[in-house]
Design a binder for this molecule. Structure first.
Ligand code: TYD
Length: 198
């Protein structure tokens, strides 16, 4: 079994968490997520998601990157180095799409800050589960206490467009149409994973 690192990305409510867990379970891979899947990350996640505590987009970005730096160093890289397969529900694409395209933090500066956080560490494959924002919202009522879910339709439109631009720019990203029925989405995800020998 080859060590592999795969990330699922997409707007809230796109179905990526279901896919990430399904894929990890089927392959006996390690499932993880951002932000928050470490003790330090859980504290950061609580602050990041709490809509009652305002913070600047730059603060948001730095906390996301701090979570990622710690997550890669303490969970992802050690497992991949041991030869394991790791599936993460969100990674760098989320910071570029949410804090960059969504909040307006300069994308080049975000890329440079990413160097500090994780160097050139990247997934072997990123699967973008893409669905229209109104479909995502109709699947799930946004939780107004969650800073990101409370941000509104236009914000999520910018985030979706940001994700699609990232997918166009990177060869190791695949766009999956997540608005189809579950079996079709499962099949497209499995096809994409086969291309990297999953
Ligand atoms: P997630 O855990 O995927 O959402 P859910 O509450 O549905 O399980 O992610 C939490 C929120 O964090 C989500 O709205 C997207 C946001 N986020 C960013 O804005 N930037 C990032 O870098 C990451 C990893 C997440």
């Amino acid at each position: 079994m080859t060590a592999l690192f795969v990330a699922f990305e997409g707007i809230d409510g796109c179905g990526k968490s279901t896919q990430a867990r399904r894929v990890a379970d089927a392959a006996g891979a390690h499932f993880t997520f951002e932000p928050g899947d470490t003790a330090l990350g859980a504290t950061l996640r609580e602050r990041l998601l709490d809509a009652s505590q305002p913070m600047t987009p730059e603060t948001e970005a730095l906390l996301m990157l701090a979570d990622r730096a710690h997550h890669v160093a303490s969970v992802i890289a050690p497992r991949v180095e041991r030869g394991e397969r790791v599936v993460t529900d969100r990674f760098l694409g989320s910071t570029l799409a949410y804090q960059g395209s969504g909040r307006g933090v300069d994308l080049e500066i975000l890329e440079r800050a990413t160097e500090l956080a994780v160097g050139s560490y990247r997934p072997d494959l990123t699967l973008l589960i893409d669905i229209p924002v109104d479909v995502a919202h109709s699947r799930r009522t946004p939780d107004r206490r969650d800073r990101f879910e409370a941000a509104g339709i236009e914000f999520h439109e910018r985030v979706r467009a940001g994700f699609l631009t990232l997918a166009q720019r990177h060869d190791n990203w695949v766009v999956i149409d997540g608005a189809r029925d579950r079996a079709a989405v499962d099949a497209s995800v499995d096809d994409a994973l086969r291309t990297i020998g999953w």
